[in-house]
Design a protein around this ligand. Sequence first.
Ligand SMILES: Nc1ncnc2c1ncn2[C@@H]1O[C@H](COP(=O)(O)OP(=O)(O)OP(=O)(O)O)[C@@H](O)[C@H]1O
Ligand SMILES: [Mg+2]
Length: 361
Amino acid sequence: MQSINSEIQKNKNAFQTVLPNQMVTAVMLLDEKLTIQYLNPAAEALLVKSLNTLYQQPLEDVFRTTTIKKDRYLQLLSSGQEFNDGDVTIEFFDLSQITVDLTASSIEFNNAPHILLEFKQIDQQKQISAEAFQQQQWESARDLIRGLAHEIKNPLGGLRGAAQLLNNEISIEQQEYTAMIIEQADRLTNLVDRLLGPNQLPNMAFQNVHVVLEKVNQLISFNNPKGIKLLRDYDPSIPDIEFDEDKLQQAVLNIVNNAIQAISSDNTITLRTRIASNQTINGKRIKLGVQISIIDDGPGIPSHLQDTIFYPMVSGSSSGTGLGLSICQTLIHQHQGKLLCSSRPGRTEFSILLPILGDNV
Ligand SMILES: Nc1ncnc2c1ncn2[C@@H]1O[C@H](COP(=O)(O)OP(=O)(O)OP(=O)(O)O)[C@@H](O)[C@H]1O
Ligand SMILES: [Mg+2]
């Protein structure tokens, strides 16, 4: 008993030197056999168990089930590639559950490779109401713009028609002026059309989402002056689902283009697909869905834009119109899906969640 206590104390001390500030996030350290070597106090609180109780326990004896398979941890040890899953449900042996955002990375500890797990508990209710609030804001911004756009478009059509008629009545020199009116009216109509967003109904067909991602990958490779690396991390077992190929491609391409604009040549973009279970979309429970994530390791979305990036005309770039993400939002809505974003310096993730219809409650 004495020796175990001193081992635990040794690990506590050693861990403090590795990550001295790691006190707010719940952190768990696993060795190569996936047994628990250390928990910080936040993790003890999250798991409602002490380090003394869980020390040297295999992970699978603590988590009854999780959405993350053991293989992924082993793969992390062999490849060193860290992963982050935004919505991991962990069930304990007393059948209680928590939902966390989990990041797993490899770390050298006591001269041996270890796995560091960081847990951020997601209070589901809070998440749902934040989503509902965001949705409401987005809908009222969209309605306002629709109303305004129609008000602008009607007189603009009249203005253009009148200039055209006038054009036939006046001298060649004066036609310079009518040409300018027509050109500017066309430019405004174009802007208003973009503001209104996609208005055609989606042309749905059963197909594989990877086809779209591969097309995006190909399009990017044709025009990638910064030479940015695009990684693909697909789950090949994802079934065909119903979606409009062009619209989904446009949505993914907009998001990837944003990432390309934000990052530099030594950064990476990852296209990831996963099956997502037990999600909510617009307050509706979805048993199964397909999650497409576009992740980059660039500087992140400027904090003053984070709450409004899905609104039309919000842009962090001088050359952008700020319509890309608002259009994406409309496109994904047309599929009864949802578009989410989480961003911090070094990691920005946009995820598109599409329901697998027929399988949902
Ligand atoms: N991956 C990302 N990393 C950092 N910032 C991002 C990322 N994606 C989006 N942004 C920020 O969000 C803003 C809004 O993006 P959005 O696509 O809506 O408009 P835009 O790219 O500025 O213009 P448009 O797409 O209409 O040409 C961007 O200007 C950028 O500041
Ligand atoms: Mg854009």
